[in-house]
Write a protein that binds this ligand. Structure first.
Ligand code: ATR
Length: 494
């Protein structure tokens, strides 16, 4: 079940949020602490105005909420609101039993809120939050919360991949606790939100407003990752990197799986330790994964087989499980060649200029070299350029001497990070000018038109942008992952 966290300041705003996200969610959580005080007083009416089950929550600031009331007043407010037709009420695990008894003008004796909720068929969620870490006693904590007869909820903060392994072990260790909610918050935790069923969690929270650290939007959870449709048979694929959430690869693979009705999901994994990831990959029976910066080299000791390209380039961007062995490939190599294969085949590219001498450049320079193209590498660091040039029998030069190559190259490839993010207004090689006869090939895919591409376009060059290579290498990964061609009718929105 996907649960939308409602953080509007009015009930009307929250109803609109439910309406907008209705097709993707099956549950909503009304966050009383986000409501305006006047609206809090009428919050009990909310569940009967929406057509899905609602969780009632009033979060304190120490648990990541906005409620600053004294504890007594907070619980009183929660009690009043809980008179509505909610499906669940969230009560923090450290709230004492005695504090949940209230004087109510309608009754002679004090009302025990827990008893009253149970009598009305409202389930209690017992929540524990930790914004620092995944505590060592997490399994014990969940058992203890469950022993009270309610639904335990633990929202903890994984700080590394070993913590993620702990969260995925919850189901193994506590399979007897039928209903539980397990959440890994923060950046590391995003894979546990998508694969919540693998953690044995009853539901996963999502929101458009990042109501909690690591929240993914309801639409992405439901239509991109299909998190609520995953089952025991779903094959898990993914991408490992650090950082990793900027990558567009989930938008290539997930729609591809769906189009050919292949029961699989492709998940981003923030990875600080490759060794830990291979452990996780065994545990989750991951079938294959893409590799991005900074792990393209460090995965290699864990691979049973590598292709010729990986050996040559020293960089692996794709790993697949083949008969219980990990095989490493490099689809950047062929992905780079695909958009210019015709010109390469005709021998129309004889001399190429490659700007940059980093990891991405290595695949490009080797691919060109292997196809008989003479390469000159222009790079800021002469040491990096010299080292790659000597391996690949290429020439190299400084970025300042780019003008010496005006008109000399059939292809100019931009492989540096200049042109994206903070460097988006920069020209990677200001000294170089296009004549208009070159093919200009940019590896940066965000933004779509970099300074480099604009300069080439203004000169009348044929242009290949970064998303073309991204797509081509992704299609090859898809084939390696599934054994099927990438569905040609899919137009991935990169
Ligand atoms: P990737 O794997 O994406 O290629 P990388 O291995 O870090 O990343 O390589 C980055 C490339 O961008 C290098 O060629 C780097 O130049 P140096 O070898 O001199 O470091 C280049 N680069 C990064 N920032 C740059 C900048 N501000 N100006 C010029 N070149 C830059």
């Amino acid at each position: 079940m996907l649960c939308l966290t409602l953080t509007g300041s009015t009930l009307e705003e929250n109803r609109a949020l439910v309406e907008r996200n209705r097709t993707w969610i099956s549950l909503a959580e009304l966050r009383l602490d986000h409501l305006h005080p006047d609206e809090q007083k009428i919050a009990s009416s909310f569940p009967s105005t929406v057509d899905l089950p609602v969780i009632l929550t009033l979060r304190r600031t120490i648990d990541g909420g906005k409620c600053t009331l004294a504890e007594k007043q907070r619980l009183q407010l929660l009690y009043e609101a809980s008179k509505g037709d909610f499906a669940y009420v969230d009560i923090e695990d450290d709230v004492k039993k005695g504090d949940l008894k209230f004087k109510d003008p309608l009754f002679e004796q004090k009302v025990d809120m827990e008893v009253s909720l149970r009598q009305r068929g409202i389930k209690i969620i017992r929540s524990y939050h930790n914004f620092e870490c995944v505590p060592a006693d997490i399994f014990g904590r969940i058992s203890k919360l469950a022993a009270k007869g309610d639904i335990p909820k633990v929202a903890v903060t994984p700080n590394n991949l070993m913590d993620i392994i702990t969260l995925f072990r919850v189901q193994q260790e506590l399979s007897d606790v039928q209903e539980k909610i397990i959440i890994g918050m923060g950046e590391f935790g995003i894979c546990t939100r998508i694969l919540y069923k693998k953690c044995g969690s009853l539901l996963s929270f999502c929101s458009d407003s990042q109501a909690a650290p690591g929240h993914v939007g309801a639409q992405a959870m439901s239509t991109l990752y299909r998190a609520d449709k995953l089952d025991e048979k779903t094959h898990i694929f993914g991408i490992i990197g650090n950082p990793v959430y900027h990558t567009a690869s989930p938008k290539i693979h997930n729609p591809g799986f769906e189009a050919i009705r292949y029961n699989a999901v492709y998940v981003p994994f923030l990875v600080d330790s490759v060794r830990a990831f291979f452990k996780l990959a065994e545990m989750l029976q991951i079938h294959g994964f893409s590799v991005t910066v900074p792990h393209k080299r460090s995965v290699q000791p864990y691979l049973g087989r590598i292709t010729r390209e990986v050996k040559q380039i020293g960089s692996c961007n794709t790993v697949v499980r083949i008969q219980n062995m990990w095989k490493g490939m490099n689809t950047d190599y062929y992905g780079f060649l695909a958009p210019i294969s015709e010109e390469i085949g005709k021998g129309a590219i004889r001399h190429a200029l490659v700007i940059g001498a980093g990891g991405a450049s290595r695949a490009v320079v080797w691919a060109l070299h292997n196809h008989g193209v003479k390469v000159t590498i222009l790079n800021r660091s002469q040491e990096h350029a010299r080292s790659l040039a000597s391996e690949t029998m290429s020439n190299y030069d400084t970025l300042e001497r780019g003008h010496l190559y005006n008109g000399a190259a059939d292809l100019v490839v931009q492989t540096t990070s200049v042109g994206m993010g903070e460097l988006s207004s920069m020209d990677p090689c200001p000294s170089f000018s296009f004549t208009g006869n070159e093919i200009a090939y940019e590896l940066v895919y965000e933004p779509k038109e970099t300074v480099f591409l604009k300069k080439a376009k203004d000169a009348g060059c044929r242009i290949v942008n970064g998303s073309q290579m991204l797509m081509e290498q992704g299609k090859l990964q898809f084939e390696a992952f599934t054994g099927y061609h990438y569905p040609h009718w899919i137009q991935a929105d990169l």
